[in-house]
Design a protein around this ligand. Structure first.
Ligand code: PTJ
Length: 252
């Protein structure tokens, strides 16, 4: 595609889409990832392509949860690697978290390509590619069941952006705290997670990093209170209400 004019009314959305296409050409993203992105775009449109008050609340809880975590892990798939490689590395640094490649459409070649891509963006270690450390979460019924012993298997908190369903429920069953980033507030992942940030990952990650910096001097008690005061179901319901109100407004 030619250069996107900054004056195009949908320039930002087109630029984000282009990152996905480039990721697809580079072997990071599967064709299904392009369809998943389209679904995300539709939800983002309904949100007015902005970070809502509800998302800000979830971001605060997510930042506090990451600061409290002892063994946090950021799970990365093809779409996440293509869209926000720099921010994934920055978040891992801020949270002292490990980065693990974990794919729905499993492929050793793509795992290696994603790991290389993330290393190119500044991280030294990417888990999930070395069979020696590979184990299985039997409760997960997709290629995502394969996890790293040093990463998701041992984690107390896992960030799962752009997920597809059963894994969040399984991670909850085995006692992990789960932070989801998903534009669809109705998805199984969104409903099963402890904290769901309903926002585009390109906006959400920088805000989580910024919020972590702001909260970094808070006491453990304050952080725990922030997490305890956050109710995911209530927040999702409020997000849904916001979407309906916004849609009604558009229809007038
Ligand atoms: O790289 P792989 O093999 O792990 O596959 C990745 C995809 C995304 C193809 C796989 O996880 C998948 O099929 O996911 P789903 O079931 O389509 O779910 C993706 C969710 O992410 C949907 O609810 C989308 O609305 C949401 N989504 C898409 N783009 C964004 C997003 N959420 C936040 N930010 C986005 N940019």
């Amino acid at each position: 595609m030619g250069k996107i004019s900054p004056r195009h009314p949908r320039a930002e959305s087109l630029r984000i889409r282009e990152r996905l296409v480039e990721g697809f050409k580079a072997g990071l993203v599967v064709p299904e990832g392009l369809a998943a992105h389209g679904r995300g775009e539709a939800f983002d449109y309904i949100l007015g392509e902005r970070t809502t008050k509800q998302a800000e609340r979830a971001i605060e809880a997510a930042a506090a949860m990451l600061l409290l975590a002892e063994r946090p892990v950021i799970s990365v798939n093809g779409n996440v690697a293509a869209l926000v490689p720099v921010e994934v590395v920055q978040l891992a640094k801020a949270a002292n978290a490990k980065i693990e490649v974990n794919l729905f459409h499993g492929s050793a070649k793509r795992e290696a390509a994603i790991a290389r891509w993330l290393k190119k963006h500044g991280t030294r270690e990417v888990l999930g590619t070395d069979r020696k450390f590979s184990t299985r979460i039997k409760e997960v019924h997709s290629d995502r069941r394969k996890v790293d012993r040093r990463g998701i298997a041992a984690a107390d908190a896992v960030v799962v952006p752009l997920e597809d369903g059963d894994r969040t429920e399984a991670l909850k069953k085995i006692g992990k705290h789960v932070i989801a980033i998903d534009l669809n507030p109705m998805s199984r992942t969104a409903r099963a997670a402890d904290v769901t940030v309903v926002d585009n990952i390109v906006r959400a990650l920088p805000l989580i990093i910024k919020t972590m910096k702001r909260l970094s001097h808070s006491t453990q008690t304050t952080l725990r209170e922030t997490v305890r005061n956050f109710d995911n179901k209530t927040n999702l319901a409020a997000t849904f209400k916001f979407m309906l109100k916004w849609l009604r407004g558009l229809g007038k």
